[in-house]
Design a protein around this ligand. Structure first.
Ligand code: 13P
Ligand code: ZN
Length: 273
């Protein structure tokens, strides 16, 4: 069977980057079993031949109505599929969907009938917001980074921007490469529209948001960009926890040192250091 990726090098490169990141997620221990999911808006790679491709699934409801994603196309990890398998076979462990004109349902068009991730409401809500706000971001990642999830079990860490400031203060690069910090989404049922709605509120202000006691969601220009931001924040969380496990509270960079990084690197100053 011919793959949709054949003779479409730009689309193939996008999907292969997803596969590369899926491998990193597995290696990091962030993707147990089917843990985590990825979606990428691939509409820019869609030609007339793709537009004419018939549905290979029934019409499936999203569970919410999202006007900005009308007629868009997304690569989606399959529900129940493993990142470590997707790393090798992205089109057997994910599929390409077309959003229908009602903005509330979709069909699968390629390569195989792989049902998209159970977190599709959250992913598509974020894409809808990104398109509506004119963002260049195309990718959305949900994963289970060990140290960040561990920190989210402490209620004190869930107050607005407490984790952001703590993580920024662990190593200067965190501030430089995750300059918007970490939003907080209080616990909601995985896959629920309530989780999607709460995520949407936070993603307006943050590129990475914590799903309390579950994982993180990150958006970026492409999937590598989204992964990098999550990786940088989890590195800072790991440094914090290593210091704690050595028996001391890490001092963290001073407010002055952090402000200097913000100034010198011309970083957005949306949150207080
Ligand atoms: P899926 O296998 O449906 O993508 O779910 C994994 C997950 O992490 C749910 O939060
Ligand atoms: Zn999850």
């Amino acid at each position: 069977m011919k793959s949709i990726l054949e003779n479409r090098p730009a689309l193939e490169a996008t999907v292969m980057q997803v596969a590369e990141v899926a491998g990193y997620l597995w290696e990091k221990g962030w993707a147990e079993r089917n843990g985590g999911n990825i979606t990428v808006n691939i509409s820019e790679h869609v030609d007339d031949e793709i537009k004419a491709m018939p549905a290979i699934s029934d019409v499936i409801q999203i569970g919410t109505t999202l006007p900005n994603i009308k007629d868009c196309y997304f690569y989606c990890k399959g529900t129940g599929k493993r990142m470590r398998d997707l790393a090798r076979w992205p089109m057997q462990n994910g599929s390409i969907i077309r959003i229908l004109p009602d903005c509330a349902s979709y069909v699968i068009i390629a390569d195989e009938v792989v049902m998209p991730t159970s977190e599709l409401p959250s992913h598509l809500s974020m894409h809808d917001y990104l398109i509506g706000s004119g963002s260049k971001y195309k990718a959305s990642l949900h994963t289970h980074p060990i140290e960040l999830v561990a920190m989210s079990h402490n209620p004190a860490m869930l107050k607005k921007d407490v984790m952001t400031k703590l993580l920024w203060s662990m190593i200067p690069e965190t501030l430089a490469f995750a300059p918007l910090g970490l939003g907080i989404v209080p616990y909601e049922l995985p896959g629920s529209v309530k989780l999607a709605d709460a995520t949407l509120e936070q993603i307006k202000d943050y590129d990475v948001v914590m799903w309390e006691k579950h994982g993180i969601c990150a958006v970026g220009l492409d999937i590598m960009d989204a992964f990098d931001q999550a990786d940088v924040l989890n590195k800072a969380a790991t440094i914090y926890l290593r210091a704690k496990s050595m028996g001391f509270e890490p001092t963290g960079m001073t407010d002055e040192a952090m402000k200097e990084v913000q100034d010198v690197f011309h970083l957005p100053k949306k949150r207080p250091c």
